[in-house]
Design a protein around this ligand. Sequence first.
Ligand code: APR
Ligand code: PHB
Length: 393
Amino acid sequence: MRTQVAIIGAGPAGMFLAHLLRRDGIDAVVIERRDRAYVEGRVRAGVLEQVTVDLMHRLGLAKRLVREGLVHGGTNLSLDGRLFRIDMAALTGGSTVTVYGQQEVMRDLFDAAEANDLPIVWNAVNVTLDGLDGDQPTVSWQADEAHQTLACDFVVGCDGYHGISRSAIPADVLKTFERVYPFGWLGILADVPPADHELIYANHERGFALASMRSATRSRYYIQCGVDENVADWSDDRFWDELCLRLGPETAAKVTRGPSFEKAIAPLRSFVSEPMRWGRLFLAGDAAHIVPPTGAKGMNLAVSDVTMLGEAFAEHYGERSDAGIDGYSARALARVWKAERFSWWFTSVTHRFPTMDGFDRRIQMAELDYIRGSEAAQRTLAENYVGLPMTAA
Ligand code: APR
Ligand code: PHB
């Protein structure tokens, strides 16, 4: 078997890249460890930057997004129950975000992949990469008991934080940078109308809470919890009580309670590995970087990586120039680090840290109060939240 680009992993990074390459007439094969139902079933964030929405339009994937996506021109912060709104559209010259769950994005990507016969190998085990530092790399795996080998020009590791691609970069080349946060997010989904038509990020003395949604009839709520806590200790009643306390009485009055049908705890981490290219291997998405979910940058960052990579491959095959390929790592990392900074900062000002003393708490409150009163500070938040521009190569 032979292809031009082998893509490891069929998450958002791998699937957006597969569609981009197909649009540009470049052959690619996606090799995924799990099956479609598993990948599509994972509940993740659901706020799309304009960059992501635009890409779905360009790829002809936006039909359902246009119909079902909720366009948000603002977002809300709450400090000990006192709400204030950030008018993102007014502050950024009209930019918005669109609420559309990652599960919906994956369904659109997979449906279109099927319709267009994009080759995806499901349930591939023992995926191994060879020859990445030469000019004829190969990817091998086992599927249905048979051993398969794919020869290619380039390998793109889109296999997430726990994938194998990153570790193919020699230890003396790879540099990693990390912050692990001393708390997690307990998230639920429930078929009840959302408390507000926009999101509410709440800083409360008892910890962070977030009111989000998937549609006019489906709510997504999170509360900060201990990393070692057990989901089983959080009955729905306990969750709703704690959420309402943290959101404060004004918002709590608008919360509709109901049975949750999904409840899980996720850890929070900031992580970047450099470089994002080694020989004929490229990394994109969570394989190269993780952000804490505050600000919902994870999937959007994966999209900006593969947009840059798609341009680089189009240049390589179409214009016979390697400038894009050679510049990919530096270009992608410049945007990644800005999103890392924003996600870290937004986490820092909204969460309760176990080591916080009265001084830290007052600094945090002063910072949020400053944002409330300063258009300049609100604009800084808004332009990061809607997504920074993709700079030229
Ligand atoms: N071989 C093949 N596939 C693999 C391997 C492997 N060794 N290891 C992992 N995978 C697959 C996973 O099963 C998963 O489907 O790679 C895919 C990686 O997908 P994500 O973890 O979603 O990573 P990415 O596409 O970069 O997504 C970026 O979307 O899912 C969110 O939290 C994620 O916000 C982040 C964004
Ligand atoms: C979500 O709806 O899941 C969500 C929204 C905003 C975030 C994180 C998650 O910052």
